[in-house]
Design a protein around this ligand. Structure first.
Ligand code: PLP
Length: 427
């Protein structure tokens, strides 16, 4: 008899009861850097921790199962995972990357391509025509980041996979923003999934880690070989903590999303907010694709406010329940100013091309009470309004912004107002 298991169960029960020595329910943490040979020429399963470790393998197995892959490599950071991905490229081969990807990813690809490791083309992947032109250049690999950081742009994974198949390119998806609880790119045809496990997978802001999950044994083996060769595999203790985080992933993602939806609606209705970027809003450009390829909209959202630096500063400085910090996906709510923080490595021109302005604010919505988070944001926006008045900046506010209002699939309906509402206020 075979049982089909819900992924939430897989996450909770990953490697439980695997300890044959003492029968521990939770698998023990193996910190040893090396392992004895059983005798001369008799290597056991593990010999040296850089190349293999039982605790790291338990995490790799869990992520392989959750992403529906053939194998996974656990790395020392998300950037190590992306570095590992680049080992699939030879000099002269082309990598297509998102024009609005995480700033560190942008910097890595730009720097390695400047040294001749491969060629890179940053493309707005939500633009079908630009994507078609990029594929005409016969890339070897395309990295998709959906939803993207920080603008939450959605890329249709299946259409990218279709286009990639015509030229034999591999498709990798950075699934950090949603985690396998809400999106499984391999089931949509992707060859590789990349994670910064620092974020939702660990979920408690106490580990830096990464993972690469491959759909085929071949790619998994190549990546594992390179990870050992480069020395970028993850530490056992970090793997232990991350697997503990994975056990509560599904429950956490539900609450992150519930709170994010509340905030998206409240921000969309606020006259100081010119635009909200949250794929759960029906008027978000990627909403339809998100409904098709995701099982939820996640806990990340961004928005733009009126009033220039004075308003941004006052908003950021008057929040009580959002910490001003980089990173995302932890239990705690965070606020970030991408242009000066996460995306500081990106040049001013590239920031402008990606649509990341100085008035953009990103929220990683945590697990606190939704009401507390809403109150906090409303109070901070009031302070931003006062700051604008104090600095006597005159700003035209239109509360009927293109992306700022509207209802959200599956929740929050009663809080909504009509999309057509439009008024002007001069501060
Ligand atoms: N990918 C995405 C989408 C990210 O947001 C980040 C970091 O913020 C990374 C990769 C890099 O991960 P790490 O900071 O764990 O190296």
């Amino acid at each position: 008899m075979s049982f089909s298991e819900d992924p939430a169960t897989t996450a909770v029960r990953a490697s439980l009861e695997s300890d044959s020595q003492h029968g521990a329910v939770v698998p023990p943490l193996h910190l040893s850097s090396n392992y004895t040979f059983a005798g001369f020429g008799q290597k056991r399963q593990y010999d040296y921790c850089r190349s293999g470790n039982p605790t790291r393998d338990a995490l790799a197995d869990a992520l392989t199962a959750l992403e529906g892959g053939a194998g996974a490599v656990i790395t020392s950071s998300g950037m190590a995972a992306l570095t590992l991905l680049t080992q699939l490229l030879q000099p002269g081969e082309l990598l297509i990357a998102p024009h609005d990807c995480y700033g560190g990813t942008y910097r890595l690809f730009e720097s390695l391509s400047a040294k001749g490791h491969f060629d890179v083309l940053f493309v707005d992947q939500s633009d079908a025509e630009l994507l078609r032109q990029a594929f005409a250049r016969e890339p070897k690999l395309i990295l998709v980041e959906t939803p993207s950081n920080p603008l939450l742009r959605i890329v249709d994974i299946e259409s990218v996979v279709d286009a990639a198949r015509t030229c034999g390119a591999l498709v990798a998806v950075d699934n950090t923003f949603l985690s396998p609880a809400l999106q499984q790119p391999i089931s949509l045809g992707a060859d590789i999934v990349v994670h910064s496990t620092t974020k939702y997978l660990n979920g408690h802001s106490d580990v830096i880690g990464g993972a690469v999950i491959a759909a085929s044994d071949d790619i998994a083996e190549t990546l594992a070989w390179w990870a050992n060769c480069l020395g970028i595999t993850g530490a056992p203790f970090d793997s232990y903590l991350t697997l503990r985080g994975v056990r509560t992933l599904f429950a956490r993602m539900e609450q992150h999303e519930k709170n994010a939806k509340l905030l998206a609606v409240v921000l969309g209705e606020h006259e100081l907010v010119s635009r909200v970027y949250y794929p759960g809003l029906p008027n978000h450009a990627g909403h339809e694709v998100a409904c098709r390829q995701q099982q939820g909209f996640g806990g990340m959202l961004s928005f733009e406010i009126y009033g220039g630096e004075a308003a941004v500063r006052a908003f950021l400085e008057n929040l009580r329940h959002f910490s001003l910090a980089e990173s995302l996906g932890g239990i705690e709510s965070l606020v970030c100013h991408p242009a000066s923080m996460t995306h500081a490595p990106v040049s001013a021109d590239a920031l402008a091309a990606a649509g990341i302005g100085q008035n953009l604010i990103r929220l990683s919505v945590g697990l606190e009470s939704g009401a507390d988070l809403v109150n906090d944001v409303v109070v901070a926006l009031e302070e931003a309004r006062k700051a604008i008045q104090d600095s006597s900046v005159s700003v035209m506010i239109s509360s009927g912004s293109a992306d700022g209002n509207g209802s959200i699939c599956g929740g929050g309906g009663s809080l909504l107002r009509s999309n057509s509402m439009s008024s002007s206020v001069t501060l």
